[in-house]
Design a protein around this ligand. Structure first.
Ligand code: ATP
Ligand code: MG
Length: 359
């Protein structure tokens, strides 16, 4: 063995084999976003920051979920189309590296649609109607009784996305926890009914900030609610949005005591300010009274711009060559399709509907 390693060729082969083994034992991650708008600070603290770190220790797949975006944007395909590039630019600008992360477009992996069809038979309509996130979203979108069927079942298509890549880990915001639960119910039903161990249960990985509020103080910053600071916003836009932010409505005069809890300006500082000690001092001063909202917002502007300036600059550079970005998506989609096709084969085999093959 030692002798072999003196041979540079052999050494290279052994190293390659080690690398290979390493990739084979790495856990898989599936995560992604709906291309309904450019990504925002909620995505950044809720998942993007984690993905940048995890890509080196995991096999990471990132889905741009256009088919899911169409479930509540059927009349607006142009919006979905346009935002595929925007979302991809955001990924690359924050440091997701296509050499180690596979970024792909959902609708171009039709295996996912087929898996969804089979999984739909393992879920009841009443179970889908009980999903708390879907319930909230139906209310928000004002669907009333006219809920698009595709929208109601999108958690099942998410289960297809997660299981197709045998993801062990799914880094998500809090709103996605019911989707992981639904996925694991499907995995268990499938494996029980078809006496298989093809599908793998997934674990949600929550970041330290599970739900960043909107600039309007609403529960969640969300593309569909128009209460976001985007990663692509200009410095002036960021300043303006911070200036207009909701704070403590009872903090009318500077000398009044203010409330920190539930105040979105402080929620953002908690998420972004690297100087936690100075932040504590600021919070205490605000609670006591004598610290104006303007001062706190000034600090927030500084902190946000320090984080966003380099991302914006990189994004602008990448946007100059959009065909290179589309090429990354094309290659990622081809690679993802191979993985999903393999799982689909195994699924069909477990269900005994692989009619023409004995595989
Ligand atoms: P839409 O309004 O179209 O649903 P969205 O802003 O909710 O868009 P998604 O694409 O649905 O964004 O979410 C993608 C991922 O980002 C999910 O894992 C979600 O939990 C996370 N995420 C989204 N918004 C926030 C937020 N405000 N705080 C923390 N995580 C978030
Ligand atoms: Mg959402």
């Amino acid at each position: 063995m030692t002798k072999n390693l003196d041979n540079p060729n052999k050494k290279h082969q052994v190293n390659e084999r080690r690398k290979q083994m390493n990739t084979n034992t790495k856990k898989s991650i599936l995560t992604g976003d709906r291309p309904t708008g450019p990504l925002h600070l909620g995505h950044y603290v809720g998942s993007l920051r984690q993905r940048v770190l995890l890509q080196h220790t995991h096999k990471q797949f990132i889905i741009i979920a256009d088919a899911q975006a169409l479930t509540d944007n059927a009349e607006n395909p142009e919006k979905v189309r346009k935002n595929i590039l925007e979302v991809a630019l955001d990924y690359l600008a924050v440091g997701i590296d296509p050499k180690v992360t596979t970024i792909f477009i959902q609708s171009l992996v039709p295996e996912l649609a087929e898996l969804t069809m089979y999984y739909l038979n393992l879920v009841t309509v009443s179970r889908l109607q009980r999903n708390p996130t879907v319930k909230d979203e139906i209310k928000q979108r004002g669907f009333g009784a006219s809920i698009p069927a595709g929208f109601l079942v999108y958690p099942v298509s998410q289960a297809a996305d997660i299981t197709a890549f045998k993801a062990d880990v799914v880094p998500v915001g809090e709103d996605q926890l019911p989707m992981i639960e639904q996925t694991n119910e499907i995995v268990r039903s499938f494996n029980r009914i078809y006496e298989s161990s093809v599908l793998v249960e997934a674990k949600a990985l929550l970041s330290s900030v599970t739900r960043l509020p909107g600039t309007d103080g609403k529960g969640k910053m969300s593309k569909s609610l128009g209460n976001v600071i985007s990663l692509s916003n200009s410095a002036d836009e960021v300043r303006h949005k911070v200036k207009m932010m909701y704070t403590d409505p009872k903090h009318l005069r500077m000398e009044d005591p203010g409330t920190v809890e539930g105040n979105p300006v402080f929620a953002y500082l908690d998420a972004f300010d690297p100087d936690k000690e100075a932040l504590e001092v600021m919070k205490n001063h605000y609670r006591r009274g004598g610290l104006g909202d303007g001062k706190v917002k000034q600090r927030l502007m500084e902190v946000l711009l320090a984080e966003l300036d380099p991302i914006r600059i990189r994004r602008e550079q990448l946007a100059n060559d959009s065909s290179a970005v589309m090429r990354i998506l094309k290659e990622g989609t081809e690679a993802a399709r191979k993985v999903a096709a393999k799982t689909l084969d195994e699924v069909r085999k477990a269900m005994h509907i692989n009619y023409f093959t004995n595989k």
